[in-house]
Design a protein around this ligand. Structure first.
Ligand SMILES: [Zn+2]
Length: 75
């Protein structure tokens, strides 16, 4: 990388701004978290998806149930 390229990259970093992005649960569509991250100016932002603690717990219970049933079927 030449010196000029490096300086141009630094300029972009200075323009970075911190945006707040809501994280929506894919299961119940509830906003459960607000994320803050630094993005380059002009880059598209929107919402991001994840799983909220409530749904994560439900999924874990379902998974345990599924694994238990599988276990019993195999015996
Ligand atoms: Zn949820």
């Amino acid at each position: 990388m030449s010196k000029i390229d490096f300086e141009r990259t630094r300029e972009v970093d200075v323009d970075d701004i911190v945006k707040t992005i809501p994280v929506v649960c894919s299961w119940c569509n509830k906003i459960y978290h607000i994320k803050q991250w630094s993005v380059a100016a002009g880059s598209p932002t929107g919402i991001t998806h994840g799983i909220c603690p409530d749904c994560e717990e439900k999924q874990q219970i379902e998974l345990d149930k599924f694994l238990n049933e599988k276990d019993q079927n195999e015996k």
